[in-house]
Design a protein around this ligand. Structure first.
Ligand SMILES: [Zn+2]
Length: 591
């Protein structure tokens, strides 16, 4: 799924380039691949005809038994893998050398001429699988696959296609409005991203000034963004209606394949978080208030670190990689080995240099059975978090590399982020590679607090969308008011008195609400899961590592709740369970 997200981002930026021969790119592609089962080793997807021919063959091949159905699907999966890897390398090269127009052209050529044109065929292949009389005879092992494909086919409505296209167009508009926003700060033009660093400033006046500038910039676009959101909402309501759903929330829950939990499980989780986590957040806020020596906390007071300076974690990229390798070896030998191999293969580009795209990612290299990590490291704690987080994804890809079914390889975020977020937590003690003991204590405490503090925000973003799509006729004013109420209930931003205008537009800063509706709660579920894995790890590291590896290995071959159980944890939204997890974090913080 995250592959698609990455590709979608870039596709929009590069719409203008059309024709380019990928042939020119070959010299930069040197991965060692695993053996293919169905396609010859020299088969490549360089132009539309290459893949079209194969897609057509697959569409026309006869299926006369259960076994033939499964080998048909494994062949489809192998073709997807080849396509995904071709796309992966084009994307990687483009982000590594963002000033090189040829890379951009090659990537865009692929998206326009191969990826987009494959989509209707892929749907037809899914349909072919779905309508096969052998589908219900494929056995338990593939029951989950059956469920995933059936869900897609059963939700499909011809009349929703133009609506979905329109929705995507409007999502691009959102990016156009907010993507180019700048403000003038101390005489210099700065992007919103660049302003965020001032939220951490020790001087409250600087924090406030930066914060107000950013919010005022959004307020200027308020009417435009409200109108845009209403248009998006109306389209979404119609999409749900066409698919036979009472509301868009329930439709999206189904469309996202959330088979293991219901929307009402989530509303229950909203309540539990309010009851169990918010009192703890209030304690943390009080501590912050006292240590910052403030009467009240304003929204710009939450990013500044009051525990003292965290020194640089490392000087060079080599040092960071060497220390991260040791950390991973501490968890498990296979992890250390894979991470070393990635470095030997040139699969980690962590250097901060000019002409490299911003951001960070871990891109699976399906045919190689490995991953590519991309980031900008400058020595900050953030970089340590990023490399360990992405290494968690990379270990997931490595452990599940033998999986042959594409639907099982692509993991939903509840599953994918459980791997990476858990890796951050279980390695915490080993971060002593980067920090002396006294600093590590502060780092650990900050990390644990950050993880807990994210949860209420995740809930607010989710609860807000539940309300919107269950009450689609409410006015923009009622919408703003409801969001404000959520901020107060979940203790986000402290005291907003005198900042009512700002409060009303806070939700507009969360791009998910506009662009990827209902995609957010997954992070809350994975974070809770990661805390549970960390708790197990503290009790029994050997056993927990074993379970963790087993969980990585099964990828998405099972529904989310079973995947969590394989990791040795519950998939549970009850007050009792969340209380246990919060108490564990409290006890860790006291240590
Ligand atoms: Zn991640």
């Amino acid at each position: 799924m995250y592959l698609l997200l990455i590709c979608e981002e870039i596709n929009v930026i590069l719409n203008k380039y059309l024709k380019y021969n990928i042939e020119n790119m070959k010299k930069t592609i040197i991965p060692k691949k695993m053996k293919r089962m169905y396609f010859s080793e020299d088969f490549k997807i360089e132009k539309w005809q290459d893949i079209k021919k194969e897609l057509e063959k697959l569409l026309n091949c006869p299926i006369n038994s259960r076994n033939e159905l499964m080998s048909f699907w494994k062949k489809v999966s192998e073709l997807y893998k080849i396509k995904e890897d071709t796309c992966a390398w084009l994307y990687i090269r483009m982000t590594q050398y963002s000033n090189n127009l040829e890379h951009k052209k090659a990537f865009n050529f692929f998206i326009k001429n191969i990826e987009a044109r494959s989509q209707p065929y892929i749907f037809e292949l899914n349909k072919k699988f779905y309508s096969s009389p052998f589908r219900n005879k494929i056995g338990k092992k593939y029951g989950h696959l059956n469920k995933i494909i059936s869900n897609q086919i059963e939700l499909y409505r011809e009349e929703n296609i133009p609506l979905i296209l329109k929705e995507q167009e409007l999502a691009v508009k959102f990016r156009e409005i907010v993507g180019n926003m700048t403000v003038f700060f101390k005489g210099e033009e700065k992007t919103i991203q660049q302003m965020l660093v001032y939220y951490e400033n020790k001087d409250a006046k600087i924090r406030e000034e930066a914060w107000r500038l950013v919010f005022n910039r959004y307020i200027k676009e308020k009417n435009k963004l409200n109108k845009l959101f209403d248009d998006l909402k109306n389209i979404r309501v119609q999409i749900a209606k066409n698919a036979g759903f009472k509301n868009y929330r329930d439709y999206m829950h189904q469309a996202k394949g959330r088979f293991s939990y219901s929307p009402s499980d989530l509303t229950n989780l909203h309540k539990v978080v309010k009851k169990v986590i918010i009192p703890f957040i209030e304690e943390l806020d009080n501590e912050r208030k006292n240590k910052l020596n403030l009467e009240i906390l304003k929204p710009w007071d939450f990013k500044v670190n009051f525990e003292g300076e965290i020194p640089k974690a490392f000087e060079t990229v080599e040092e960071m990689l060497e220390k991260s390798t040791k950390i991973l070896f501490n968890v498990d030998n296979d992890f250390g080995e894979e991470f070393k191999k990635m470095q030997d293969n040139g699969f980690i580009d962590a250097e901060n240099r000019k002409n490299k795209a911003p951001g960070g990612y871990c891109y699976p290299l399906l045919e190689t059975g490995s991953s590519f990590i991309f980031m900008h490291s400058v020595g900050l704690i953030n970089d340590v978090e990023t490399i360990i987080h992405e290494a968690g994804h990379a270990m997931h890809n490595m452990m599940s590399k033998e999986e042959t079914i594409i639907e099982y390889i692509f993991k939903p975020s509840e599953v994918a982020e459980l791997a990476s977020m858990s890796m951050e937590l279980i390695t915490l003690d080993y971060w002593r590679e980067f920090y002396p003991d006294d600093i590590l204590k502060i780092v650990k405490s900050n990390e644990l607090k950050e993880k807990i503090k994210f949860i209420p925000w995740g809930i607010v973003v989710d609860a807000f969308q539940h309300w919107i799509y269950l009450n689609p006729k409410r006015t923009t004013k009622e919408r703003d008011d409801y969001f404000g109420k959520l901020l107060d209930q979940y203790k986000i931003g402290g005291n907003w008195t005198g900042l009512e205008r700002e409060k009303a537009i806070r939700w507009m800063m969360q791009l998910h609400i506009f662009q990827i509706p209902f995609y957010y709660i997954e992070y809350v579920l994975a974070q809770l899961g990661a805390i549970a894995i960390y708790r197990n790890y503290k009790k029994n590291p050997q056993k927990t590592t074993k379970q963790y590896k087993r969980f990585l290995k099964i990828a998405y071959t099972k529904p989310v709740d079973e995947v969590y159980r394989t990791a040795g944890i519950k998939f549970d939204f009850t007050e009792k369970y969340i209380t246990e997890l919060v108490n564990f974090i409290k006890a860790e913080l006291k240590k």
